[in-house]
Design a protein around this ligand. Structure first.
Ligand SMILES: [Zn+2]
Length: 254
């Protein structure tokens, strides 16, 4: 009842700002050096827990900038291995993570979009991208595809707006022990989806066939486990995850 009253009284945007303010207040009390976030460059005594019940993960959220394991690893990869932070390339960022978005704000060719108009500069559906063909040098689409009913339409749109030679970075929750993606239209309720796919708003849980599912004639695909570039100590200190959410699929348009 309290939650529903809170939602009625405050807009989504206000609730988000309040959430950020609370997290930053907690960061003040978590000063220390045990954990380090490469996105904001700040250290903490610990990172915050993400989610509840079977969805929960300890030491997932940086209290200073809100980055998650996958955003920290993707940031390290983008900074060390790509030209995305140099010479203002055109970038399209779906469902923008604040921790990454803040690092692109100096780039005038950066565009962030989300289905929800409260969460990005532009409201846009990944299955209907309102930009011309071959428009972007880079596209970041992390933990979006698994939520989209028409996966093939989303992929064809993403590939369409990517420049030739441009790179799309796709990440998703995956079950690395499963050969096949699990998808069943009978799983309709949030509880059924949570039990079947591990998150209550996923349409499917990808398996090791992910690369086959996203393959089209016009692209090259590289699967990158960038955690392997770091020592066990660094992986723990930066909390870079267990690999189920952090594999990077770099899709280059040819
Ligand atoms: Zn941070």
């Amino acid at each position: 009842m309290i939650k529903s009253l809170y939602q009625k009284l405050f807009s989504e945007r206000m609730r988000y700002r309040f959430h950020v303010a609370m997290r930053k207040a907690r960061a003040f009390f978590l000063q220390g050096s045990e954990f380090y976030c490469p996105c904001c460059g700040k250290s903490s005594k610990r990172f915050l827990k993400k989610g509840n019940g079977i969805e929960s993960r300890e030491h997932a959220v940086c209290p200073n900038c809100g980055s998650l394991e996958r955003s920290r690893l993707l940031f390290l990869y983008l900074k060390n291995e790509t030209e995305i932070f140099k010479n203002n390339p055109s970038i399209l960022h779906f469902a923008p993570e604040e921790s990454l978005k803040s690092l692109f704000l100096a780039n005038l060719n950066y565009t962030d979009v989300d289905l929800n108009p409260n969460l990005a500069t532009y409201a846009m559906d990944v299955t209907d991208i309102r930009f011309p063909d071959g428009h972007f040098d880079f596209i970041i689409c992390s933990h979006v595809l698994g939520h989209v009913p028409d996966e093939k339409k989303a992929l064809s749109e993403l590939y369409r707006v990517l420049k030739k030679g441009g790179d799309l970075f796709l990440l998703s929750l995956m079950d690395l022990n499963s050969a096949q993606t699990v998808e069943d239209d009978r799983n309709k309720s949030p509880q059924q989806k949570l039990e079947a796919y591990g998150e209550k708003d996923l349409q499917r849980l990808y398996g090791n066939d992910f690369e086959e599912r996203i393959r089209m004639a016009s692209v090259n695909i590289q699967k990158i486990d960038y955690r392997e570039h770091f020592s066990a100590e660094d992986r723990q200190r930066m909390a870079l995850g267990d690999g189920n959410r952090e594999l990077i699929y770099k899709v280059t348009k040819i």
